[in-house]
Design a protein around this ligand. Structure first.
Ligand code: UGA
Length: 437
């Protein structure tokens, strides 16, 4: 199929190259000229495993091209909207400016029978409003809402072999036509038996924010348990195992630690709450404010723990921060708990040295006051305290004896509960996890 993808950030670029990998003919469009020229040269402007390989393959096969000119969508039958919907600067709600601009730019190039497919995460009700706009300005063009559930770090796999696909279809006869297009787009996954949930716009939009709200709630739930566990000298990792073996609960997303970050979970729960309030049913999701508050508190608790372990004297103490991205296998620092902890410690007067395999250039632009290194040994050298905040493999596999030989004081805060604490203690470290006795 001939497909266009409007917006070539994390979501759109991955979607474009994954669609090309599936055999479609794809054009990606973005207003950012630098991003487009990088992609056309086979360079991925962010770190995400596998994307570079499938991009260069798709370029070599002539299956994908990128452009800043929206007219490049001409000839495509299906047009994916994959632009960002960040949090508005002075509010909790989502900013739909990029969605509106993308649709406005697309409209003159649409032909009757084309299908516009929304992938961006939007407040419920957005698709219906866009469908009304399309039917007024370009009759005969259809709209579907097809939320994306990919995770950074495994984005390609999640796009090509998703857990499920949701089709939010238009009412009436268009539903069948739109569904046939989407079945063609996702033919491989559909043939492989991937569950397809067919529904209306509003359920599709809600399913996306509900999924992220549920995941965020799970993480804050276990972090709340971690706080209790600390008070009563219990171990939250064992508690998570104990409840996670119950198939109804499940062990995934029950890892206590510094909490969730990234460009999705934090802003999505806030935008969901704001939208529910607009709809007059804010009470129903008021618990998401507690989820958010617990999450923000985790970062503070990690900072407090470091200060306490240094006897309250943090000023000019050297602190090694292991990790800056919001999760491993990503260079994304949006709302990163790791970066937040680093900045807070720096604000308290600590001499912070941060190390990360991929996120340094982004972090440096945002927080030039921090000191960065790509070398773990340099970060550990002379440290009074070490904080593991993002569980990159290179940190979780550190040899505690080697690490102890570099630091001034062997104090480690394992803010992801990912180290073998026995091994670290045996190597002479004062080890503190989150919610672990
Ligand atoms: C999340 C969702 O998982 C995706 O399904 C969704 O498509 C995406 O948002 C989105 O809306 O675009 P992502 O932001 O890539 O994906 O990252 P997650 O794997 O969900 O992790 C989010 C945060 O939670 C990370 O900071 C991670 O370290 C933290 N986390 C995760 C925990 O603190 N504990 C856990 O047990 C699991």
């Amino acid at each position: 199929m001939k497909i266009s993808v409007i917006g070539c950030g994390y979501l759109g670029a991955v979607h474009a190259v994954a669609m090309a990998e599936l055999g479609h003919q794809v054009v990606g469009v973005d207003v950012d000229a630098h991003r487009i020229s990088e992609l056309n040269s086979g360079r991925v402007p962010f770190y995400e495993p596998q994307v570079a390989q499938i991009l260069s393959l798709a370029l070599a096969r002539g299956r994908v091209a990128f452009s800043t000119d929206i007219a490049a969508v001409a000839g495509s039958r299906v047009h994916f909207l994959a632009v960002g919907t960040p949090q508005r600067p002075n509010s909790q709600a989502a900013d739909l400016a990029a969605v509106d601009a993308a649709v406005g730019a697309l409209i003159p190039h649409l032909r009757p029978g084309d299908l516009v497919v929304g992938k961006s995460t939007v407040p419920v009700g957005t698709a219906a409003a866009l469908a009304a706009r399309l039917s007024a300005e370009c009759p005969g063009v259809m709209l579907a809402w097809n939320p994306e559930f990919l995770k950074e770090g495994s984005a390609v796999k999640d796009t090509i072999s998703p857990d499920r696909i949701v089709y939010g279809l238009p009412p009436g006869g268009d539903a069948e036509v739109a569904r046939a297009y989407l079945d063609d787009v996702y033919a491989r996954a559909v043939d492989d038996g991937t569950p397809v949930v067919v529904t209306d716009y509003q359920t599709a939009e809600l399913s996306k924010v509900a999924a992220n709200a549920f995941l965020a709630t799970k993480i804050s739930f276990i972090n709340a348990m971690a706080e209790i566990a600390e008070v009563v000298d219990a171990d939250v990792t064992k508690l998570a195992d104990a409840i996670g073996h119950d198939g109804r609960i499940g062990r995934k997303f029950l890892n206590a630690g510094v909490g969730f970050g990234g460009g999705c979970l934090p802003k999505d729960i806030r935008a969901f709450t704001a939208r529910a309030e607009e709809l007059g049913c804010g009470e129903s999701v008021s618990f998401l404010k507690a989820v958010d508050a617990i999450n923000v508190r985790q970062r503070q608790r990690v900072v407090d723990l470091v200060v306490a372990l240094l006897g309250g004297e943090i000023y000019q103490k050297r602190v090694a921060i292991l990790g800056l991205s919001f999760k491993p296998d990503s260079d994304d620092i949006r709302d990163s708990p790791a970066l937040d902890v680093a900045v807070q410690l720096k604000g308290l007067g600590a001499d912070v040295v941060a190390v990360d395999p991929q996120a340094i250039s982004h972090a440096m632009r945002k927080h030039p006051q921090l000191t960065f290194t790509e070398n773990v040994a340099t970060a550990l050298d002379g440290a009074h305290a070490t904080v593991l905040v993002t569980e990159w493999k290179t940190f979780t596999e550190l040899d505690p004896t080697w690490a102890a030989s570099l630091v001034r004081r062997p104090i480690i805060v394992d803010a992801r509960n990912c180290l073998d604490r026995q091994a670290w203690r045996s190597a002479g470290w004062v080890y503190r996890g989150i919610g672990r006795n």
